[in-house]
Design a protein around this ligand. Structure first.
Ligand SMILES: O=c1ccn([C@@H]2O[C@H](COP(=O)(O)O)[C@@H](O)[C@H]2O)c(=O)[nH]1
Length: 307
C-alpha cells in the first residue's frame, strides 16, 4: 500500500513533514532568474526553467532529512506548458532522490474524466503498445464531493500501482466551515466526508493500519484534527496550514496516533522563502530551506514521539 512507503520513510527519518513546492517566480533568487532570462528573455520558458533549478536545489538540500515533497499544480500551470514540464521534471527529480511525491491538484470530475486524471497523475497512458507514465506522482490530493464514481478510478489505480490519495475533508482556509461545518442529521459535512474516506479505503489497508485513502485536514483546526483522528483510525492525514497560515506544532499533535504516526504536516512558503525571512544572502536559499525544515522537524517532534 502506498502510504506504507511514506510511513516507512517518516519512521526512518523521524520526520512527519512534507515540503510544499509552490514556487512563485518572486520566491526564486534573482541570480537564478537572470541566468535563464538572459537566454530566453522574460518568458514563461525562462520562468519555468528558473523554477526547476530552484526546486532542484531545495530537493538536494532536504532529501536526506525530509521524506516527501508536495508540488502544488497551480504554481506550474500558471506558466503554461513550460510550467507543466517543470512539474513533471520536479516529480521525477524528487523521486530519483528517493522522496515520496504528493501532487496537490485537488482533482475530481465525473467517472470517465476522473479516469483520465487518474492516468495522468498516478497511473499510465497507453500509446499504441507503449505504457507511458505521464507524471508519476506517488499520491494526489482530490476532491471527493462528486461522490464514489469520481473516486473509484483512483482506488483501482492505488491498488494496481501502489499509490495513494488525500481527499479534502476539513480544509485549512478561513471559510472552510461555510460548507464543511454544516450539519446533516447532526453530523458535520467534514465528518461525513471523513467517514467516506474510511469506507473507500476499507479494502486497501497497509501494514501500519492506514489505507491508501487519506484525508486533508488543516493545521488551523486543531479540535477537528483531534476529533477526526479518533473517528478515522485507518485514514492518513495530510495537514497543511502549519507555518505561514498560523498552524503550530501543539495544534497538529492531535492528528497523530499513539505511535506518533497517521499524519504528515506540510509547510510550503515558510520553507521556500526561509532565506527571505532570515535576510540571508539569496545564494544560501537552499541551506536556509534546510534550516527551516530542521526547525519544523524539531518543533513537531517535541510534541510527537514517532515509534
Ligand atoms: O486545506 C488545504 C489544502 C491544501 N492547501 C495547500 O497547502 C499549501 C500550503 O502552503 P503554505 O505556504 O504552507 O501555507 C498550499 O499549496 C495550499 O494550496 C492548504 O493550504 N490547505
Amino acid at each position: 500500500m502506498s502510504f506504507d512507503r511514506l510511513i516507512t520513510k517518516i519512521r526512518e527519518m523521524k520526520n512527519p513533514t512534507v515540503v510544499g513546492l509552490d514556487p512563485k517566480l518572486a520566491y526564486v533568487p534573482s541570480y537564478i532568474q537572470k541566468t535563464y532570462m538572459d537566454v530566453d528573455g522574460e518568458s514563461l520558458k525562462a520562468a519555468s526553467r528558473a523554477i526547476f533549478r530552484f526546486n532542484q536545489e531545495i530537493i538536494d538540500a532536504i532529501c536526506d532529512i525530509v521524506p516527501a515533497i508536495k508540488p502544488q499544480a497551480a504554481y506550474y500551470e500558471m506558466y503554461g506548458h513550460h510550467g507543466i514540464k517543470t512539474l513533471e521534471r520536479t516529480i521525477r527529480y524528487a523521486k530519483l532522490k528517493g522522496m515520496f511525491v504528493i501532487t496537490d491538484g485537488k482533482r475530481n470530475d465525473i467517472g470517465a474524466t476522473m479516469e483520465a486524471y487518474t492516468a495522468a497523475h498516478l497511473g499510465t497512458t497507453m500509446v499504441g503498445e507503449n505504457e507511458c507514465t505521464p507524471f508519476g506522482a506517488d499520491a494526489l490530493t482530490v476532491n471527493g464531493y462528486l461522490g464514489s464514481d469520481g473516486i473509484n478510478p483512483l482506488l483501482r489505480t492505488c491498488k494496481e500501482h501502489d499509490k495513494g490519495i488525500f481527499v479534502l475533508v476539513k480544509t485549512s482556509n478561513p471559510s472552510s466551515g461555510e460548507l464543511q461545518d454544516r450539519l446533516i442529521d447532526g453530523v458535520p459535512v467534514y465528518a461525513i466526508m471523513g467517514d467516506m474516506c474510511e469506507a473507500w479505503g476499507r479494502e486497501q489497508i497497509g501494514q501500519y493500519g492506514y489505507s491508501s485513502v487519506g484525508a486533508v485536514v488543516g493545521a488551523t483546526y486543531p479540535e477537528q484534527l483531534r476529533e477526526l483522528r479518533a473517528r478515522l483510525p485507518h485514514t492518513m492525514f495530510l495537514v497543511p496550514g502549519y507555518g505561514a497560515q498560523g498552524g503550530g506544532a501543539a495544534g497538529v499533535a492531535g492528528a497523530f496516533d499513539a505511535n506518533g504516526l497517521g499524519a504528515i504536516v506540510n509547510s510550503s512558503r515558510a520553507i521556500m522563502c526561509a532565506y527571505q525571512k532570515e535576510g540571508c544572502d539569496e545564494h544560501e536559499f537552499a541551506q536556509a530551506a534546510r534550516r527551516e525544515a530542521i526547525r519544523m522537524r524539531e518543533d513537531l517532534t517535541s510534541y510527537i514521539d514517532i515509534k
